[in-house]
Design a protein around this ligand. Structure first.
Ligand code: PHE
Length: 439
């Protein structure tokens, strides 16, 4: 089972946990958001993960082909197209943030943060982004590395390291969390994370929490259909999904614990947005014993977490282009890489001041980030759960999910109601009523 968890974990644990979770939690009220996040993760996201696993394991095909095999001659395979589009959108801004991690890794090695105050660190980040050139170079390097790994097929080799590096990340974050909570004023950050102000729960908070759960668990675009096909026939999928979801949640919470006490201690605004961890952590490392080395290890691990996730996104578009256009993988990569490079460079450049890459006053980076998590992934996930609940042959779904009644048989009827009625109704209501509210 560890093999499957490690493979899925590589995709699931990434910038979504370390970068996106803290900034979205910060913008949406902290503890109240986390509470909603917990509910949607286990009541909506995990059942959808199990649906994706079942579709993947029963067909052992790329997402598009999987739907085609299970529902030939229908429009359902279009979910596969949507997943491919979503993967492009995510890769575009994901590569930019991974590029920031590479720049911070470089700065850490050079010891550039030493002696900088909170204001300098912020100014430094702003001028890095505003400069345009360096963010673009790092973004391109990251896309290139992702493409190279997908092409050379060394993903399996990398998985061996994920098994060690992911727990290492958890230990490092735990150390950072302990250190941060001891900062003067740090306790305020802890209560921000754990003392919910229920008045902060609004429909838009729920939608953001749902989007974050889908993003963090790599759901709604077919990546987990692909990974489902790697899960062995005799394995218990409930266990795989549960372990993955708990690991993912732990890394996200630890990352929140490492960041929010410092946010309050150093007077950073919790609603700073996508730069939150980048303007907070250099301050943390400066006052930590061994901070120079810890920051290098940290940004290196962030980079590893990011690339193991971007590989899974890139794999979706590569498998699709190569299998559907009937061309070798190398050609598929040669088509996809420049496309991703172009859109990700646009995302990076859209953050420069006076950039013309704005739509309705928001830059392309923010739009892609929000569009994918809040709309594309949940809509994709809704279709997937509808497919698994209403279109797939009930006996085939049951046998796949429960290993022919071996696991989870007692809760199966409740699970069926959840996936056929509760989840679709709740998600449709949220998506319909709120379309246009968050973007
Ligand atoms: N789950 C990944 C992360 O948290 C991002 C991702 C989303 C990967 C969707 C694949 C598919 O960083």
């Amino acid at each position: 089972m560890f093999g499957a968890v490690a493979a899925v974990g590589g995709s699931v644990v990434g910038l979504g946990n370390i970068w996106r979770f803290p900034y979205v939690a910060g913008e949406n009220g902290g503890a109240a958001f986390i509470l909603v996040y917990l509910c949607v993760s286990f009541l909506i996201a995990v059942p959808i993960m199990l649906s994706e696993f079942s579709i993947g394991r029963s067909t052992r095909r790329n997402p598009y082909r999987a739907f085609k095999k299970l529902a030939p001659g229908t429009a359902w395979p279009a979910i596969g197209y949507m997943g491919v589009f979503t993967a492009f959108v995510i890769l575009s801004f994901y590569s930019v943030v991974a590029g920031w991690a590479l720049e911070f890794l470089r700065s850490s090695v050079m010891g550039e943060f030493a002696g900088m105050g909170a204001a300098d660190i912020r100014a430094n980040f702003d001028s890095f982004v505003a400069g345009g050139t360096m963010p673009v170079i790092w973004t391109l390097i990251f896309v290139f590395m992702t493409a190279f790994i997908v092409l050379s097929g060394v993903e399996k080799g990398i998985e061996r390291y994920t098994k060690i590096l992911m727990p290492a990340m958890a230990v490092l974050l735990l150390g950072m969390a302990i250190n941060s909570s001891m900062l003067p004023g740090g306790m305020e950050g802890i209560s921000f994370l754990f003392r919910p102000d229920f008045s902060k729960i609004s429909p838009s908070v729920v939608l953001q929490a749902m989007g974050q759960a889908f993003f963090s668990l790599s759901l709604g675009m077919g990546a987990m259909i692909t990974y489902g096909s790697y899960i062995k026939k005799e394995q218990n999928m409930f266990k795989v999904a549960g372990t993955v979801a708990l690991s993912d949640l732990s890394i996200a919470i630890l990352s929140g614990l490492a960041i929010f006490p410092a946010v309050f201690a150093f007077g950073v605004s919790p609603t700073s947005g996508p730069e939150l961890i980048f303007i907070t952590l250099p301050m943390v490392f400066q006052q930590m014993v061994g901070g120079y080395f810890i920051s290098i290890i940290f940004f290196f691990l962030v980079f590893v977490a990011a690339i193991t996730s971007s590989i899974s996104l890139f794999e979706v578009i590569t498998a699709y282009v190569s299998e559907e256009m009937r061309i070798p993988r190398i050609k598929a990569v040669a088509i996809n890489t420049p496309l991703v490079m172009i859109t990700s460079v646009f995302c990076a450049l859209s953050q420069m001041p006076d950039s013309p890459l704005l739509i309705g006053g928001r830059n392309l980076f923010d739009i892609f980030d929000n569009l994918s998590s809040v709309y594309l992934l949940p809509i994709g996930g809704l279709f997937i759960v509808l497919f698994a609940g209403w279109v797939m042959k009930p006996s085939a779904f049951h046998d796949e999910l429960t290993n022919r009644g071996l696991y989870g048989e007692r809760m199966y009827p409740a699970f069926r109601v959840l996936m056929r009625y509760a989840i679709p109704v709740v998600m449709t209501t949220l998506i319909l009523f709120l379309t246009g509210m968050v973007l």
